[in-house]
Write a protein that binds this ligand. Structure first.
Ligand code: HEM
Length: 142
């Protein structure tokens, strides 16, 4: 189910379920012209790299194939829906199975349409459809 996973990856690029993670500076560092003293908490926001056009061409476009044939390699720690480094999500492989199983059953068994096609996604702080995502759903004819 490689393509299905590309779809999930692209969804998590545009709408990361967790929008970032905290790290503590273990020593004084300088980053991007800013001095960060030892002991400060820094917050790494996924959107900073997920929506960076230097890393992901046309970042606002939904294009699962960008994970299939990237025009240039995605640098380490630039695609971080599951975080990175020592505290990277330990459930990421389990999440993959859950996501693939859910998408597979939804897509093969049902057809649906959104009641509000342009519904906005809000943060609560997880992504949440602003109108509760009402849909019209029916069983596919097998
Ligand atoms: C799509 C689903 C999921 C997403 C997007 C997600 C995302 C994340 C992120 C961004 C972090 C922080 C990583 C960091 O600080 O670098 C994290 C940590 C963690 N996740 Fe997940 N997660 C998901 C599913 C799961 C599942 C299913 C489990 C367990 C069954 C899980 C268990 C954990 C744990 C225990 C940590 C803390 C790891 C640590 O601090 O060492 N996650 N996750």
């Amino acid at each position: 189910m490689k393509y299905t996973w590309r779809v999930a990856q692209e969804l998590m690029r545009i709408i990361p379920p967790v929008f970032g993670s905290f790290r503590k500076a273990l020593k004084d560092i300088e980053y991007g012209g800013y001095d960060i003293p030892k002991g400060w908490q820094v917050y790494c926001v996924s959107h900073g790299t997920h929506m960076n056009k230097e890393i992901f061409e046309k970042p606002t476009e939904f294009d699962p194939s960008r994970f299939e044939n990237p025009s240039k390699p995605i640098p380490p720690y630039a695609y971080i829906p599951f975080g990175g480094g020592l505290h990277t999500c330990i459930g990421n492989e389990f999440a993959r199975v859950e996501v693939l199983t859910t998408i597979h059953n939804l897509v093969t068994m049902f057809e649906w349409s959104q009641v509000f096609p342009d519904e906005i996604i809000t943060r609560q702080p997880m992504p949440y459809p602003s109108m509760g995502l009402p849909i019209k759903i029916r069983l596919r004819k097998l």
